[in-house]
Design a protein around this ligand. Structure first.
Ligand SMILES: *Cc1c(COP(=O)(O)O)cnc(C)c1O
Length: 368
């Protein structure tokens, strides 16, 4: 393949900051670069508190623990999402209530949430697919009426907005990913954003293996010990150093990605004139953080044809999620309705190569 689907971008300063971290002699978690990253996120996106994690999966696990999800609880989320969205809650014993996608885009159909709420429902997890916001006013209104927690799986949604508000700052908790396939990356990494103050103290404890180590270092207690459940959710400061280099280039990275996204959007009709598909839809309330560019083909056969057409020209394209309700792990447990829109995106959506250094001219020359 001449053009891969993804190629992680390096700003050039990553190794410089890692070197600094090594020189400082402190490379365990919650060091100087971790704090710089957390400060950056709070300043830029208005999170009340944030904690770096080793992945978005970890941030989701922390969210499930913070909401005290227990066996018997039900958690509502879309079926068209990554495994971790569900897994974090399943580990706590939750039953997952999967909701269908919208008809015109892969995001969750917010109008189907309320009918699935029962006395056991504890939380709604929204996924901002492709960095495009869910209708958060609708979701928060439902959650307020039924006293539910809202967790935003914002893994793909860094620097994206709903009616001007940063994604990850609207629900009670937000979870981001810095996996190498995301806009800003450090190989493996994540962030928990905390917007409801009631969670802040406990989040720090869960983060630090169930100890009150943070209170100790702030001088609030004179010794620290085991006070709650938790795990080792915090990354080494080496990874934070890498991530900080990326954050310094956030504007540049985002500008380039938006150029690529707009180029695709203006040119796919010509590039794929022999195929039947529709383009991504971005509602008025949502911004576009240029996380991915996808086409929704008219049929599975049409998708197979596009993927083969690109492959012949040295260009890698890939489909995306298999509906979690039909996964090997969950299909025996799932007892909800058919989810036809989710099935259609599973069968018909194809993602085109998308990364900072993508050369759109080469793509155009290869295709035409
Ligand atoms: C990437 C992704 C995750 C997992 O992120 P990790 O950092 O790899 O754990 C979770 N949810 C969604 C929607 C994702 O795109």
């Amino acid at each position: 393949m001449q053009i891969p689907f993804n190629k992680p971008y390096l700003t050039g300063k990553e190794t410089h900051y890692i070197y600094q971290a090594v020189q400082s002699g402190k490379i365990s978690g919650n060091g100087m670069f971790t704090q710089k990253c957390q400060q950056f996120f709070s300043d830029h996106f208005g999170f009340k508190k944030c904690l770096l994690t080793t992945s978005c999966t970890d941030a989701l696990e922390m969210a499930a623990m913070l909401c005290r999800i227990e066996p018997g609880d039900e958690v509502i989320m879309p079926a068209y999402t990554f495994v971790s969205t569900a897994l974090a809650f399943v580990r706590q014993g939750a039953k997952i209530v999967f909701i269908d996608s919208l008809s015109d885009r892969p995001g969750m159909d917010e109008d189907k949430i309320e009918e699935r709420i029962t006395s056991k429902t504890k939380a709604i997890v929204v996924v901002h697919y492709a960095g495009v916001a869910c209708d958060m006013d609708k979701v928060m209104a439902i959650a307020n009426t039924h006293k539910l927690f809202v967790i935003e799986d914002a893994a793909q949604a860094i620097d994206s907005y709903y009616k001007g508000r940063a994604l990850g700052s609207i629900g009670h908790l937000g979870c981001f990913s810095f996996h190498e396939t995301k806009n800003i990356q450090c190989g493996e990494g994540g962030l928990l954003s905390i917007n409801d103050e009631q969670f802040i103290n406990r989040a720090e404890i869960l983060w630090e293996k169930g100890t009150n180590r943070n209170e100790f270092f702030r001088g609030e207690v004179n010794k620290y010990g085991w006070v709650d459940i938790g795990s080792s959710f915090l990354p080494s400061d080496l990874l934070a150093a890498f991530l900080y280099a990326q954050l310094e280039s956030l504007t540049d990275i985002q500008n380039r990605r938006k150029e690529i996204w707009n180029w695709y959007n203006q040119n796919v009709d010509i590039l794929f004139s022999g195929f039947k598909f529709s383009k991504p839809i971005i509602p008025d309330f949502a911004s576009n953080n240029a996380h991915m560019y996808y086409l929704v083909c008219e049929s599975p056969e049409e998708r197979t044809r596009i993927i083969a057409y690109l492959k012949e020209r040295g260009i890698m394209s890939v489909f995306h999620y298999l509906g979690l309700h039909k996964s090997n792990y969950y299909k025996g447990i799932y007892d909800g309705p058919e989810l036809p829109n989710c099935d259609r995106f599973e069968d018909c959506l194809v993602r085109l190569p998308f990364f900072y250094e993508l050369d759109t001219e080469t793509i155009a020359n290869l295709i035409i």
